[in-house]
Write a protein that binds this ligand. Structure first.
Ligand code: KIV
Ligand code: ZN
Length: 513
């Protein structure tokens, strides 16, 4: 018998973007959207258009570009949010408006300061506004995990009557346990009189590490859409990880009555892309996409795997997109080879000018590093995008760093600020510290450094180092990235990239605050 379909709704670019420092530019969102579409994600939640003009434009750009997935925007249950959202997504070939209002006693009383009956009326109005833009309307009772079930039944019956087509049950604060959450979905499907008119969806947060377990329990109790994010990105402890949901359902087809449409070989490339863009690295022991997820260290395991893979492996590494680093290009590769390899790994560079700039960078890199892998190309193009996307107020011109045993490390930086060349030097506890101090002597940003991390992009001592720098200033948090075979240069680029983001980005709203 044919299996039912489990709809995969990706919210990496909306809930994932609500993680401090994970905000994405329009170009970054377009790249992620293309990868999600390639992976055959059913619904892409591209952002919260009312948050800022930049968010509106990013959602609209994604809506214009994506053809095979539904493109969704989030809106609070008020007219302005919904109209902004409707305008942003209506250009999509398949648009959806997702509106929400809190239904738990604590949220209604303390956050909304509304009576339950007012919340119901507002929710119905919201669905009606959304339907002016599309028939595909999703409604979420925020904090459903802590809401009264009788109240949920009342409000959900009304919004379904008003025309909502998907009802999403969020465990907003990650409070529920798998049995209870599955039971809630079953009870709602049984008790809401018009429940058969809609797709039931779930959206679980990971505060107790249960987001995936809760979502799967809901699927076993009739949910047919799961909202999730690449690498489990999301507010606080994150959301259910897309890769874990998809592979659990695919691997345990003996248990699940449904399956997804996902091309699982695109999972690891998607994970890498999101980690690179957000600067949130994946822990090595993370299921499916962690570097060690398919590594067998213990001798007894290695022996077993060599004799028969399924002694210790329940999935195949290649099925989720793990391929060994492939040598793709070298010093003598031409522009066409460069362009076609970029296309093969799903990177589309629109303008000739951007392609020429990327090709020049590739040649510079090939001078320093003989073997260029797909991962190097990804990093190179990410940097190219960074420079095009962010209005570059600060730009690194050159960097000299010196370190010697017994001497104090020292750095000299030449950079431009709004086109004017400035330079400075500083000592520090190491060359990276000295470079950051030299940059600060010029910029005097007054930011706080929250995170500094370095990752080798490929193997070998000539690998590029990919650096993430997280800065905070006045309540705003941004991540900057830089890549180079010299990690001191990569660090300076990442620091300057973060400063540019702080300088250029307009204030945005968080839908849930
Ligand atoms: O966690 C949550 O409740 C949300 C809703 C907006 C769906 O993100
Ligand atoms: Zn959420």
């Amino acid at each position: 018998m044919a299996k039912e379909k489990l709809i995969i709704f990706d919210t990496t670019m909306r809930d994932g973007e609500q993680s401090p420092g994970a905000s994405m530019t329009r170009e970054e969102k377009i790249r992620i959207a293309r990868q999600l579409e390639r992976m055959r994600v059913d619904v892409i939640e591209a952002g919260f258009p009312a948050a800022s003009d930049g968010d509106f434009e990013a959602v609209q750009a994604v809506a214009r570009i994506v053809k095979d997935s539904t493109v969704c925007g989030l809106a609070r249950a008020n007219e302005r949010d919904i109209r902004r959202c409707g305008e942003a997504v209506r250009v999509a070939s398949s648009p959806r408006v997702h509106t929400f209002i809190a239904t738990s006693p604590i949220h209604m009383e303390k956050k909304l300061r509304m009576e339950p009956s007012q919340v119901i009326e507002q929710a119905v109005r919201a669905v009606n506004w959304a339907r002016e833009y599309t028939d595909n309307v999703e409604f979420s009772p925020e904090d459903a995990g802590r809401s009264d079930i009788d109240f949920l039944c009342r409000i959900l019956e009304r919004v379904i009557k008003a025309g909502a087509t998907t009802i999403n049950i969020p465990d907003t604060v990650g409070y529920t346990l798998p049995d209870a959450f599955g039971g809630l979905i079953r009870a709602l499907r049984e008790r809401v009189p018009n429940s058969d008119k809609v797709v039931w969806s779930v959206h679980c947060h990971n505060d107790l590490g249960l987001a995936v377990a809760n979502s799967l329990s809901a699927v076993l109790n009739g949910a047919r859409q799961v909202e999730c994010t690449i690498n489990g990105l999301g507010e606080r402890a994150g959301n259910a990880a897309l890769e874990e949901i998809v592979m659990a359902v695919r691997t345990r087809q003996d248990v699940f009555p449904c399956d997804t449409n996902i091309d699982t070989t695109q999972i690891v490339p998607a994970s890498r892309l999101v980690a690179g863009i957000t600067g949130f690295p994946v822990q090595p022991n993370k299921a499916i996409v962690g570097a060690n997820a398919f590594a067998h260290e213990a001798g007894i395991h290695q022996d077993g795997v060599l004799k028969s893979r399924d002694t210790y492996e329940i999935m195949r590494a290649q099925d989720v997109g793990w391929i060994a680093n492939r040598l793709v290009l070298g010093k003598h590769s031409g522009r066409n080879a460069f362009k076609s390899r970029l296309q093969e790994i799903g990177i589309v560079i629109e303008s000739e000018e951007a392609l020429n700039a990327a090709f020049k960078r590739f040649k510079d890199l090939a001078d320093k590093k003989h073997e260029i892998f797909d991962e190097d190309l990804q990093a190179l193009v990410t940097e190219e995008n960074i420079e095009h996307a962010v209005n570059e107020h600060f730009r690194l011109v050159s960097l000299t760093a010196h370190s010697e045993t017994g001497e104090s490390p020292y750095a000299r930086v030449v950079m431009t600020e709004d086109g004017t060349e400035r330079q400075s030097e500083a000592q520090g506890s190491g060359p990276v510290d000295a470079s950051f101090k030299a940059i600060e002597n010029v910029v005097k940003s007054g930011t706080e450094l929250l995170l500094y991390s370095v990752n080798a992009i490929t193997a070998g001592t000539d690998a590029q180092g990919e650096v993430t720098v997280r800065l905070s200033k006045g309540g705003r948090i941004v991540n900057g990235q830089g890549a180079d075979t010299d990690i001191v240069v990569a660090s300076a680029k990442a620091y300057i990239n973060a400063l540019n983001k702080l300088h250029s980005r307009l204030e945005r709203l968080n839908p849930q605050v």
